[in-house]
Design a protein around this ligand. Sequence first.
Ligand code: SF4
Ligand code: SF4
Length: 356
Amino acid sequence: MLERGIREKARGLGFSACRYTHAEPPGAAAHFRDWLRRGYQGGMSYLERTAPKRCDPRLVLDSVQSLVLVSLDYAAPERTGAGLRLEGEHSGAGRPSWTGYVAAYARYRDYHQIMGEKLQALADFLCVQAGPKIRALWYVDTGPLLERDLAQRAGLGFAGKHTNLIRPDAGNYFFLGAILTNARLTPDVPERSRCGRCERCLAACPTGAIRAPYVLDARRCLSYLTIEWKGAIPEEYRTCLGTRIFGCDDCLTVCPWNRFARESQVLGEQARSDLRAPDLVDLLRLGEGDFRVRFGHTPLARLKRWGLLRNVCVALGNVADERVLPLLAETMRGAEPLVAEHARWAIRQIESRRSR
Ligand code: SF4
Ligand code: SF4
C-alpha cells in the first residue's frame, strides 16, 4: 500500500511523523484572511501577496490531489521532559552575563538544508512508487501554504493557543515540511484542539503578542522583531528582549505538552554548540567575512551581519555592564546608521543605570 510505504520511508529518513490530507482549501483560510486584515503580519508583505495560494493548495500545483505532512523533532536533551528547567535562560539567569540567546530551533545547521535533503528523497520515493505521471513538490517553510492548518487536518498535531503546532506525543519542538502531489493518498483523521483551559503561553509572552488564543500579533513578537523585521527595533520592546539575539522560545517553553518532547535523533549531529550561548562581545566584533564563515550555514545567515549587530547592541544594553561602553562607542562611530542608533541606545541604557 502506497501510504504505508511512504510512511516507512519517512521514518527511515528520520521524520518523526508523516500524515496525509486532501488538497481542498484549509478551514482556517478565513481566520488567516481576517488576521491579515488586522495587519498582524507586520512587514511580512509576502503573506498578503501569496494569500490566494495559501488559502487554496490547488493554486500552487494545479493537479494536486494530496498533501504529505512530515515533522522533524529538534528538541535538545534539556528541552525534553519539562520546559520549566529552562526558565530565565534568556534573561541571563544562570548563564555568563555576556552571552546571547538563540532560539532552540536555530542551534543547528540550517534546517531548510537538512529538511530539504530529506523531503527531496521522500518526494523521489513517492514518484517512483506511485507511477510515471506522478509529480511531487516539496516545501519547508518556504512555500505558499498554511502548513500548520493542513497538518492539523492531516492529524499530525493541533494548533495551540500560541499558534504553533503541537503533537500530543511530542510537544511543540519540531519542524514541519509538506509535499504536494497529484497522487491520491487516503487522508488521515484530523486532530482536534487540546489546549483546554490552559493559557500558560499567553501569560508567558513578555510583550502580549498573543493577543487572544490563536491570534499572534507579529508586530509585538520578539521572534519577528529579531529575525523578520528589517528596521529599528521599536524602543518599547527593547528592554523586553533581554539577551535574545535570534528568536524567542517563551511561549513554546511553557507549554505543558512538552513533557512528551523527545530528544531529536537526527539533528544531534548537526548541532552548533557555538550557538548555545554565543559571546556578545565576540559577535559585535565580527567582520563581514567572519560573519559569513561562522553563520553561513545556520539560520542566523538570514539576519545578515547588520541585523545581528542590531540585536547584539540591544542585548548588551540590557546586560548593562560598563566595560562594554568603549566597544559600543566604537560601533556607534563605525557602523551603518541603523546599527549605530542601537549602539547609542545601549550606551544610554548603561549610563542611565550607572547614574541611578
Ligand atoms: S515567541 Fe516570544 S514574543 Fe513571540 S509570541 Fe512567543 S513568547 Fe511572545
Ligand atoms: S501553553 Fe497551554 S494554551 Fe498554550 S499552546 Fe500549550 S497547551 Fe495550549
